[in-house]
Design a protein around this ligand. Structure first.
Ligand code: C2E
Ligand code: MG
Ligand code: MG
Length: 704
């Protein structure tokens, strides 16, 4: 089938024309058949009636003339005057033009046949029976010729008979002529019928084609256009314009209008989804998904053009504090302001995206060199040196930036971003408000960290964790009064791993509660044993991670363990860092208060390294401060450290708090601390953290 037949419009036009034509042909055919049939019958009837009329007429004429013939023939027959008879017959022949004429006597014997030779003389013919009662009788012979018999003479006294045979030819010629006339009229009628039929057919064809074209214009074509539009919409081209005019006059136009409306609605919804899926609703910046997509595109381009890309992981320092103290509304406004500043610093083709929270990403494509990235990082830090105006406030924020480069630090978006993140953490470690590039060492550190994460999960089950004890000594009498429980991990994979390395990882992995419980449970049991056997006033110091305070169970757990081991609450020191106090969880404060109410001692560990906010000391029920070893190590050389330590001791005492000096390594340090009336000391000078058996030996030696 030709291709154009596949079109609905063409099919429609053709089927319409075909149906209409078939119908017309059928009707015309039927009419023609009926007319032909009728005319045929008419023709036969006409011919028959004509020939009959003709014969009747000629018979009537003959009959009306028989009297005259009778008169003329009577005497010659009566007198048997054959020559006179022949003369009369000769005239009759000229007048009637018959085929033959015979005169018989009453017996049927031929008197004359009108010819000179008269060869039929004396022969007999049969006189038909009906003639006896009639004057004349018309019949047909074998050849279909008309034969007239008539009596000559007075009705009941005939003298003879006359037989006239008429030739059939004359009739036939007349009938044939008549038939010809009828036939030619009928043929003309048939021709007229065909012409009318053809014209009708042609008109119907034209009309149906015109109707088809009209239908194509107002129905098939718009539908074809809408079908095309629907395909375009489905293919995502929602801007495709339907050419059909839309006035919503008929159903097709309404359908077209609905289709346009639908495409428009989809387009709006798509844009909204696009916006929501790809852009951060707060800052309007590309979100993580779009940022990563752009990074991928930049990498692909950089690969082709052999270019350098820098990915900056940008994190606000202490943004959480802003949220906690000033509320989320201010936090949100701050993030918007930060986004604006980042856009100002970056170049036109660069991408600034928000990864979530206070984390942003900056993609610097087509960098001439690494130095360029460094310059932009410095510019970014510089940008945040001036305060951000938020709600009539001027907020000063610092930022930490990690930089990773393509292709040096990774060849795929995930790796580069991960490495920029690592570099950002390094910047935080370096003291914040700075930037750090991802390096090989950093990479090794990250790899080790990942391995540690993997191993740490099973450390407890594999019994690789052990508690060491470091003596805490009273500086009044140099006697061990207690010990700090310090966790050790002897990993089958890495050997000894420092708690400074694995505790933060345990916190992040969420296994710190489990580990913390292990330390509390074992050290409590150990403390009880030592109290009972060596040092009844033995005090145990245990470190608690800020993360342990997030568990509502902490207080109950400690209470349960104290009861289980029958420990006097006042012999337990719980060491917390400032990190615990700035978590922002309200129940931390309650937990601390409850622990304090239970008469447990709360120690502020690593004092001096964090914010050392004096308000903490006023607001929280600390029993003692532990001055960080970083201050103690320099008191002999650095007068300012010495001043700080002296002031801290004095301040603590004024708050009725005891002071423990960490990290005492030399006699000189010890002497100075004693002179400053520091209460307790802890450090390698006395003993390193040691396994429980060794520690036991230390207190056993002291008691004996
Ligand atoms: P920290 O609580 O401040 O513990 C004191 C740290 O100083 C210990 O390090 C100890 O070995 C070290 N130290 C003691 N005397 C000296 C000295 O004279 N010189 C020097 N240079 N260092 C000294 P360690 O055992 O490596 O523990 C490090 C940190 O890990 C601890 O600091 C504590 O914050 C954390 N930690 C240890 N065990 C636990 C635990 O069971 N739970 C929790 N949450 N944290 C723990
Ligand atoms: Mg401690
Ligand atoms: Mg400490």
């Amino acid at each position: 089938m030709p291709k154009f037949f596949n079109k609905l419009s063409t099919q429609f036009v053709f089927s319409f024309a075909l149906t209409a034509s078939t119908l017309v042909i059928f009707v015309l055919g039927l009419v023609a058949f009926l007319i032909l049939d009728r005319t045929q019958k008419l023709q036969n009837e006409l011919t028959a009636s004509f020939s009959e009329t003709y014969l009747n007429d000629s018979e009537a004429i003959l009959k009306s003339n028989l009297r005259y013939i009778n008169l003329r023939l009577f005497n010659p027959i009566y007198e048997f005057d054959i020559s006179l008879l022949n003369d009369e017959l000769y005239q009759l022949k000229g007048w009637l033009k018959p085929k033959s004429i015979l005169i018989t006597d009453l017996t049927g014997t031929i008197i004359t046949d009108g010819t000179e030779a008269n060869r039929n003389y004396g022969k007999s013919i049969v006189i038909p029976e009906p003639l006896k009662d009639k004057q004349s009788y018309l019949t047909h012979n074998d050849q279909g010729q008309r034969v007239i018999f008539a009596k000559i003479g007075i009705e009941h006294k005939p003298v003879g008979y006359i037989r006239i045979v008429f030739s059939q030819e004359k009739d036939q010629i007349l009938v044939a002529r008549l038939q010809d006339d009828v036939n030619s009229s009928i043929t003309k009628f048939h021709q007229a019928l065909i012409i009318v039929g053809a014209i009708g057919l042609f008109v119907i064809l034209i009309v149906s084609v015109l109707l088809g074209v009209k239908a194509r214009k107002s129905f098939s074509k718009p539908i074809a256009e809408m079908t095309k539009a629907a395909k375009e919409f489905a293919a995502g081209n929602l801007n495709y314009q339907i050419p059909a005019k839309v006035q919503a006059r008929n159903e097709v136009d309404q359908l077209s209008a609905s289709l346009k409306q639908m495409a428009n609605d989809i387009s709006i919804a798509k844009n909204q989804i696009q916006q929501q899926a790809h852009f951060d609703h707060l800052t309007g910046l590309p979100n993580r998904f779009l940022s990563m997509d752009r990074l991928k595109q930049s990498i692909d381009e950089a690969k082709r053009k052999d270019e350098i890309i820098a990915v900056m992981f940008f994190d606000l320092d202490d943004f959480k504090k802003v949220n906690d103290t000033l509320g989320h509304d201010v936090g949100d406004k701050l993030l918007i302001e930060v986004a604006n500043r980042l856009i100002q610093v970056t170049r036109l083709g660069d991408t600034v995206g928000r990864l979530g929270g206070d984390e942003f990403i900056i993609l610097l494509a087509d960098l001439p060199s690494m130095i360029e990235a460094q310059l932009i990082a410095e510019k970014l830090l510089e940008q945040f040196r001036s305060p951000l105006p938020i709600e009539n406030r001027e907020l000063l924020l610092t930022t930490s930036i990690g930089v990773a480069l393509y292709p040096n630090d990774g060849e795929d978006p995930q790796t580069i971003l991960q490495n920029a993140d690592t570099a950002m953490y390094r910047a935080k470690e370096l003291g914040r408000n700075t930037y750090s590039f991802f390096t090989k060492e950093l990479n090794e550190k990250v790899t080790r960290r990942l391995n540690i994460e993997e191993q740490l999960h099973n450390a407890l089950k594999k019994h690789e964790l052990e508690i060491y004890y470091q003596p805490i000594v009273s500086l009044k009498n140099d006697k061990i009064t207690g010990a700090e429980a310090l966790l050790r991990w002897n990993s089958s994979e890495f050997g000894q791993v420092s708690p400074e390395e694995f505790i933060p990882i345990a916190e992040q992995l969420g296994v710190i509660n489990e580990i913390g419980h292990f330390v509390l449970s074992h050290s409590f049991s150990q403390a009880k044993y030592w109290q009972e056997n060596y040092l009844s006033e033995f005090t145990l110091s245990v470190n608690l991670s800020p993360l342990q305070f997030r568990s509502m169970e902490l207080v109950n757990n400690i209470q349960g363990l104290l009861q289980k081991h029958q420990l006097k609450n006042s012999t337990i020191n719980l060491e917390i860092t400032e990190g615990t106090l700035i978590t922002g969880y309200s129940h931390v404060e309650e937990a601390l208060q409850e622990l304090c109410d239970m008469k447990l001692n709360i120690y502020m560990d690593d004092f001096g390294t964090g914010y050392s906010s004096l308000s903490y000391l006023r607001n929280y029920p600390f029993t003692a401060l532990k001055i960080d070893k970083s201050f103690i190590s320099d008191i002999t050389d650095d007068p300012s450290d010495l001043g700080l330590v002296r002031a801290t001791i004095a301040m603590a005492h004024s708050f009725q708090m005891k002071v423990v000096a960490e990290g005492i390594e030399t006699q000189q340090q010890l002497e100075m601390l004693k002179a400053m009336k520091c209460d307790y000391g802890q450090g390698y000078y006395f003993s390193c953290p040691v396994p429980r058996k060794e520690f036991e030996k230390l207190i056993r030696d002291q008691t004996t």
